[in-house]
Ligand binder design. Structure first.
Ligand code: GUN
Length: 298
């Protein structure tokens, strides 16, 4: 039985981070300052704390400034928006990331709307979502941008491919579909109300799974040779005697190996690309704010 190629997101991300770090050096020489990323974390969510810690480390490793703002869960929406406005006005800050999810008393749309679109390195502001949809230069959300980079690296030209994106979130599914459409794919967005999902997925040359359900996509859902990008990060219940459960994707990896042409592993696939693309977007924001373009190929 044939076995799929494993798409090494970890290696690709390490290479991208290196390229970003190399492009930070001329920026510092030209502007006499480092690019800066401000990360805002509200509350004590353990997963968010881990993500924010990783983002900070990677930012500093790339030679950029990391400005971290930790606020208590009790912070009001107005106080949070006031912080965002201060960061918008801060010349040392090129990128602003407000870690999601926010506590339930805060309207995340209102907070995202307060971010200057030129500093919206998450690409969540409606101005950036709109620019992406109409084909203008936009900040693109980091996870789908990373998925696209892996797909193009593996496949080259995506023109005419049938792509099925499972999941319709504003953070992954919708921007992923826009990016694939811009690459001339025929795009289907599937979701929880899609009828006969396995049949829809079986038509796909490219599958992007972003639903957050452990191992939902099984091998028999895949067309032979399909390229599978697994965005899911799900922790299984621990087995007896184990402290933590295993991390798995939205795709049943071992099962999919026998049918797919290529597949991203979890962990080590899409995950590392998200942070690398955040650094990339911050670098691009810094160059643009300084009236320049970032070096080619970033
Ligand atoms: N929470 C989970 N993923 C993300 C992300 O990419 N950006 C932000 N701001 N919050 C997140």
């Amino acid at each position: 039985m044939s076995s799929a190629a494993i798409i090494d997101g970890k290696a690709f991300a390490a290479n991208l981070r290196q390229r970003v770090a190399s492009a930070v050096e001329p920026f510092v020489t030209l502007t006499d300052r480092k690019p800066g990323l401000a990360v805002v974390l509200v509350g004590e969510d353990p997963a968010s704390q881990v993500y924010v810690g990783s983002k900070k480390r990677a930012t500093v490793e790339a030679g950029m400034n990391s400005f971290e703002h930790r606020l208590p869960t009790s912070v009001s929406q107005n106080e949070l928006i006031a912080l965002v406005e201060t960061l918008n006005a801060d010349a040392a800050v090129d990128g602003i990331l407000v870690q999601l999810p926010l506590p339930p008393h805060i309207d995340d749309k209102a907070v995202i709307a307060a971010i200057d679109p030129a500093k919206d390195v998450d690409g969540f502001h409606v101005v950036n979502a709109g620019r992406l949809a109409v084909g203008e230069d936009a900040f693109v959300p980091c996870t789908p941008l990373g998925c696209l980079m892996l797909l193009k690296d593996h496949l080259g030209d995506l023109s005419g491919k049938n792509a099925v994106v499972i999941g319709r979130s504003n953070i992954v599914g919708k921007p992923m579909a826009q990016l694939l459409l811009a690459e001339n794919c025929t795009v289907t967005i599937a979701h929880s109300r899609t009828q006969d999902l396995p049949e829809v997925v079986r038509r796909a040359d490219i599958v992007v799974a972003a639903v957050g359900r452990a191992e939902m996509v099984t091998g028999d859902w895949l067309k032979a040779g399909a390229v599978v990008i697994d965005v899911g990060i799900n922790r299984l219940e621990p087995e007896a005697g184990q402290g933590k459960g295993r991390l798995v994707g939205d795709v049943a990896f071992d099962d999919a190996l026998a049918r797919a042409g290529a597949i991203t592993p979890v962990p080590g696939g899409v995950g590392p690309m998200t942070i690398a693309c955040l650094l990339r977007n911050t670098l691009v924001a810094a160059y643009r704010r300084a009236g320049m373009s970032a070096p080619e190929g970033i």
